[in-house]
Design a protein around this ligand. Structure first.
Ligand SMILES: Cc1ncc(COP(=O)(O)O)c(C=O)c1O
Length: 368
């Protein structure tokens, strides 16, 4: 059986949840969405957190940028090593994503980011690559110094212990392969009431007060709209899947943590492979990238694929994409891009799968 790089973990509970919603005939936004938001809030353990469920993390980022008042032409600092969704969210509102280099933990490089600040820079989006936030305080310090907004792209970070310990604007992804999945989905979390009340309407085409009416099973017929909004809310079907996944978070966490521990222990000290200097202790590990040295990354990639073991490169730096080229190079991200290879990490891997992956990698390393 081929081993996948990543996979959701849907079972009977998710099937029952979807069936329940289908039988109710209310698949659009309603009670399930409301309950999912409440349960996420409980999960964070912060009464002051507001949670808005939306249809993706890309949508969450775009809404958050609009909600804090980013305008067309404004510049937003973004680490180049991220999924293209982070960049597209910025350009979707006409703002300009400014690619920044990353450090050895694949986190935005603060010195490089500072050097790219101009009078047009209005915000910074740190991406918690692999769920890790080691240098997040430096981002908030930089933002304070230059009066920038911070929006955290925490697509990889659901379950990270540190998030609920700070105040901020957090954009999660619940796409099929994330730590919890809604099928497709995301959420914006913030303790700023004015911000969330504003974004609540933006996610529903700007229709004022529509969230409250939909949760009560009503529709808006006589309403007002005062600005551009988007159809980005989450419906009951996705929310019901998310609620079930949330109830299984301990199971998901244990599996992801135990696979990561095995990789860290059993893949250390190899000739051509280095572990990223990442401490996963406070996170639910989302991806497991390794660094393959000596220009051998593609060799290992081809070898693993020939053995039916999924792997991938997370990510091609965005400043190398035609649409986001800015005419400068970002050396550390480019070096990492040549070396990074993500190996399988998801809740459907068995212990035997992990043993097989480790043995095959070690075998390659020994014989190359
Ligand atoms: C770091 C990062 N940001 C943003 C996104 C976009 O998330 P979504 O697919 O939910 O829009 C992803 C998704 O893979 C991601 O990994």
């Amino acid at each position: 059986m081929p081993i996948k790089l990543s996979s959701p973990s849907y079972g009977d509970l998710e099937i029952q949840a979807v069936t329940r919603v289908l039988q109710s005939q209310v698949t659009s936004m309603g009670q399930e969405t409301y309950l999912f938001e409440q349960e996420l809030k409980q999960f964070f353990g912060r009464d002051d957190f507001n949670v808005l469920a939306v249809n993706s993390c890309t949508a969450a980022l775009q809404l958050a940028l609009q909600g804090i008042g980013i305008n067309p032409g404004d510049e937003v600092l973004v680490p180049t090593l991220t999924y293209v969704g982070t960049f597209q969210a910025v350009s979707a509102i006409g703002a300009i994503p400014i690619p920044c280099d990353v450090d050895n933990e694949c986190f935005i490089d603060i010195v490089d980011a500072e050097s790219r600040i101009t009078s047009k820079t209005k915000a910074i989006i740190p991406v918690l690559y692999a769920g890790i936030d080691t240098n997040i305080k430096a981002v908030y310090k930089l933002a304070d110094k230059y009066n920038l907004h911070v929006i955290e792209d925490v697509a990889h970070s659901f379950g990270s212990e540190n998030i609920a310990k700070r105040n901020g604007i957090f954009c999660f992804s619940f796409d099929p392969i994330k730590n919890i999945s809604c099928g497709s989905g995301g959420a914006i979390v913030s303790s700023d009431n004015n911000f969330t009340n504003h974004v609540k309407d933006l996610r529903l085409l700007g229709v004022i007060g529509d969230t409250e009416r939909r949760i009560n099973g009503e529709r808006s017929w006589d309403f007002d709209v005062v600005e551009q909004g988007w159809r980005y809310h989450m419906g009951n079907l996705c929310a019901a899947i998310g609620r079930t996944q949330l109830s299984r978070i301990d199971f998901i966490k244990n599996i992801r943590c135990s696979i990561t521990s095995r990789y860290m222990e059993e893949l250390s000290g190899l000739k051509h492979i280095r572990l990223l200097p990442i401490n996963y202790e406070t996170a639910i590990p989302h991806i497991f990238p390794v660094l393959v040295e000596d220009y051998l990354r593609d060799d290992l990639k081809t070898y693993l694929l020939s053995k039916e073991i999924g792997c991938g490169v997370q990510y091609k730096p965005n400043h190398l994409l035609t649409y986001f080229k800015r005419g400068y190079s970002l050396p550390n991200a480019e070096r990492l891009y040549e070396q990074l290879l993500s190996i399988p990490l998801h809740p459907r891997l068995s212990n035997d799968d992990v043993t097989k992956i480790i043995e095959i990698i070690k075998d390659w390393d020994l014989n190359i």
